[in-house]
Design a protein around this ligand. Structure first.
Ligand code: SAH
Length: 213
């Protein structure tokens, strides 16, 4: 299997052909070997036009949607980015090539462990095991926030961790979701834009939130 050829075809036929044109996004997508982020048994499918299972009921998103969301974030090399839902680490790798620093949060420990290994060559990514609903107050505010799991409503704690002028992109809703972009316009003001319909795994509440101890 020629992974390089498959990667080139993926960029051309799935991503450029559907209208993602930002050269920096295309370059980042072309620089990350996606087959190294999927389970070994699925490597030959890594460049196909759909999500793939990564275990624990979770998926690595379809390549096009990764590119589309990355473009929607309008990243610059100065940005600090928070991602909720590390999964395989693939999206975090792409973000890391277009920004200064990426904090990515995952709630399933074995996925967090594996993602850390997958991301060992991406030194500006910090993998955190925890609950994305809390964000990461230790390093807030963030210039950009990306959710790759879908909450029923946009979490206020995450909107609050956006820097002035910052952008949050998230799939919102249950079942089918609407991909939304929020831009912070003031201390209590966010502009909201609908981007498209999507299907993501749900963003689950952490067990800790319900423990009584
Ligand atoms: N961005 C990933 C794909 C995301 S799949 C990639 O590139 O591979 C969505 C991930 O969100 C899953 O791994 C799931 O465990 C995680 N997740 C769901 N709810 C979460 C929460 N509250 N906090 C952190 N991670 C969460």
């Amino acid at each position: 299997m020629d992974f390089e050829l498959s990667l080139k075809a993926m960029i051309r036929d799935q991503i450029e052909a559907r209208g993602v044109t930002d050269p920096s996004v295309l370059k980042a997508m072309a620089s990350v070997p996606r087959h190294l982020f999927v389970p070994e048994s699925l490597r030959s499918y890594a460049y196909e036009d759909h999500p793939l299972s990564i275990g624990y009921g979770q998926t690595i998103s379809q390549p096009y949607i990764v590119a589309f969301m990355t473009e929607a974030l309008q990243l610059t090399p100065e940005h600090t980015v928070l991602e909720i839902g590390t999964g395989s680490g693939y999206q975090a790798a792409i973000l890391s090539l277009l920004s200064k620093r990426v904090i990515t949060i995952e709630r399933i420990e074995p996925l967090w462990r594996k993602a850390k290994e997958n991301l060992k060559n991406y030194p500006n990514v910090l993998c955190v095991l925890g609950d994305g609903y809390q964000g990461y107050p230790e390093e807030a505010p963030f210039d950009r926030i990306l959710l790759t799991a879908a909450p029923p409503e946009v979490p206020q704690a995450l909107l609050d961790q956006l820097a002035a002028g910052g952008i949050l992109v998230a799939p919102i809703g249950s079942g089918y979701q609407r991909l939304m972009r929020y831009t912070r316009k003031g201390p209590t003001q966010w502009e909201r834009e609908y981007l498209c319909d999507v299907i993501f795994v749900p963003m689950l509440p952490s067990v800790e939130r319900y423990s009584s101890g």
